[in-house]
Design a protein around this ligand. Sequence first.
Ligand code: GLN
Length: 474
Amino acid sequence: MTTNLTIDELHQLYASGGAKPSEITAAVLARIEQSTERLNAFITINKDAALKQAEVADANIKDAITTQPLAGIPVAVKDNMCTTGLRTTCGSKILGNFLPPYTATAVAKLEAAGAILVGKTNLDEFAMGSSNENSAFGPVRNPINEDYVPGGSSGGSAVAVAADLSSVSLGSDTGGSIRQPASFCGVVGLKPTYGRVSRYGLVAFASSLDQIGPFGKNVRDVARTLSVIAGRDRYDATSANEPVPNFLNALTGDIQGLRVGVPPECFGEGLDAEVKTAVEAAIKKLEERGAEIVEVALPHSKYVVAVYYLIATAEASSNLARFDGVRYGYRSETAKTLAEMYQHTRDEAFGAEVKRRIMLGTFALSSGYYDAYYEKAQRVRTMLCNDFAEAFQKCDVIATPTAPTPAFKLGEKVNDPLAMYLDDIFTVTINLVGVPAISVPCGASSAGLPIGLQLIGNHFDEARLLNAAYAYEA
Ligand code: GLN
């Protein structure tokens, strides 16, 4: 039984009676199990529940596909989204056995739309990383070449789609964690506008930057999944009360007159030559399809990595204070006093990168340094917002590379955090500004590694953004 189908293809197969959800689900689960040793994309496989759910779906699947957008579709979810009674680890020892008492809104919406949750995917611990090497459950490998990283932090969710272990998947993106692994693995990945998708049940990393979004094999699958998960949620005060269109209807492929902004700042030093060539060729393609290319300026681009790593670590240090061994998760057994219990728990159960960020963030927020670091970073964040507001006067979408290089080798950057952080140069800005952005495959390097084109839209303009990506993909 085939596992490599898009949603449209699977629904056609169900409509024709060529397969049933239980057969597809069984095949997907078998493929996940076979791939585990090589790719390590899943932390928890939801085998029994998925099979049971699929069997129930078998009964009326032909009707269901007309009413439920994800009827009978196998989906995988990053393991930092809570799922009732299904282990949610965040890739951390500290939540190694955590069974949430509730389900994240985005995941509940997938299930209500008929999706079958096949498992929880591997990630960098607490979504901190760009290579998936920071997981307490071991690194994920890139299915295109297993010596290479899949990107991070949502590496498992990207690999799930790239290696046909699910049709679509969810990731979270705080500074690029959907788009960069999508680009490294050759799939489509979207970070929606901040507030477009509820964060309820997403374990917080940096609350002003975090956003859940979909991975898919093509833009249509991503558009459909976004339509399902988007919308106001009374459990998340930052979710926006914006109407949610059916994003599939926006995919006309017509981009006649669309103004595509190209910022020269994103094509300078440090950009891999093959990435540059591929992304420039992709922009040419958009022009051939009727788009108008205009130059836009993003003058504060040189500060983005510094600003992001101050704000993200500051928020993380506060969010991660709750993991103290008292309420849930791991508790040290070596402590003799309360203070020791906090210290030993956090020392024994957080990994090196998480500790580094807690220390950086705590320092940036400390009273003597708050003005010099955190407040200054917030000021530059406002300037970045102004840069984008100005750019969007001149254009409808902005085109950049998703990442400065294709995937790198496992172990290559893991001991050099700064080199790893610099890999996020084109993605973090988007979260600081809160706009949506998508990564679509735009070719491969001479070593055969995928390259991603990043298209950026204005706030809540996902319909136009998705159509631009769709036109390029076509
Ligand atoms: N790579 C970035 C970081 O390490 C982004 C992570 C993310 O988007 N979750 O913070």
